[in-house]
Design a protein around this ligand. Sequence first.
Ligand code: NAD
Length: 258
Amino acid sequence: MKIEGQAALVTGGASGLGEATARELARLGAKVAVLDRNAELAAKVASEIGGVACVCDITDTDSVNAALDKAEAAHGTARILMNVAGIGSAKRIVGKDGNPAPLEDFVRVVNINLIGGYNMARLFAARCAKLPALDSGDEKGEKGVMLFTASVAAFDGQVGQQAYSASKGGLVGMTLPMARDLAQHAIRVCTVAPGLFATPLLLELPEAVQHSLAASIPFPPRLGKPSEFAELACHIVTNGHLNGEVIRLDGALRMAPR
Ligand SMILES: NC(=O)c1ccc[n+]([C@@H]2O[C@H](COP(=O)([O-])OP(=O)(O)OC[C@H]3O[C@@H](n4cnc5c(N)ncnc54)[C@H](O)[C@@H]3O)[C@@H](O)[C@H]2O)c1
């Protein structure tokens, strides 16, 4: 699908990988809606890229529908959904004090990363499916495309990452059945599993820790750039044969147990 002129939604578009994706989509000519629960940063990014900020919580159906209505009023119904919003977590299942990990922590992470992603996908897909198919060139017949953002922790999660890995593994597991399901509506679904990227989360760590994380990546031995994630996200949109696939973007990194 050609990106130019399309309406696109980016969850988590106010920061990090989502922000880079929103900026790249706008650079390539998309009309971008920045969906994020951080109102201030969403407004900043949206105004810088000529897009629209739609404040929402991806786990809350009413707030997502209101955000989709706002985006649609500004740009028309979106054919592109970049699901990038997510949170991290680290909690041992049996704490140092011998107590079990609080169940609420596990529920919170799965609720945002996995159920929030599914919620966005279903609400986007129902609207996108009603659009007419594109009717030119290689894009003939296509209606839309969406991306999920998993993590290498879906495959090699570290000590304490049960909730995070479960949530990201859920996105990985959902990718193929969703692509199969949405094939009848001509909507493609892919997932990117990033390794270690230089986003606010990692850049807040002490420099020594950043260096040792970077050195653990076989090649190139540096943190991934958000722009590299954004380039892959946009390639998934333009490459009409990519569907139902999970792509690691990690410099051949395999995380150690801790
Ligand atoms: N940075 C990395 O190295 C890395 C590696 C693997 C996977 N990831 C995944 O990439 C995604 C983006 O990570 P990042 O590093 O850019 O993080 P980030 O914290 O910079 O950005 C995440 C954005 O998501 C938003 N968000 C969180 N929960 C939300 C909710 N319920 N509703 C709406 N918006 C919400 C936040 O407000 C924030 O703007 C996450 O899903 C993360 O798990 C990141």
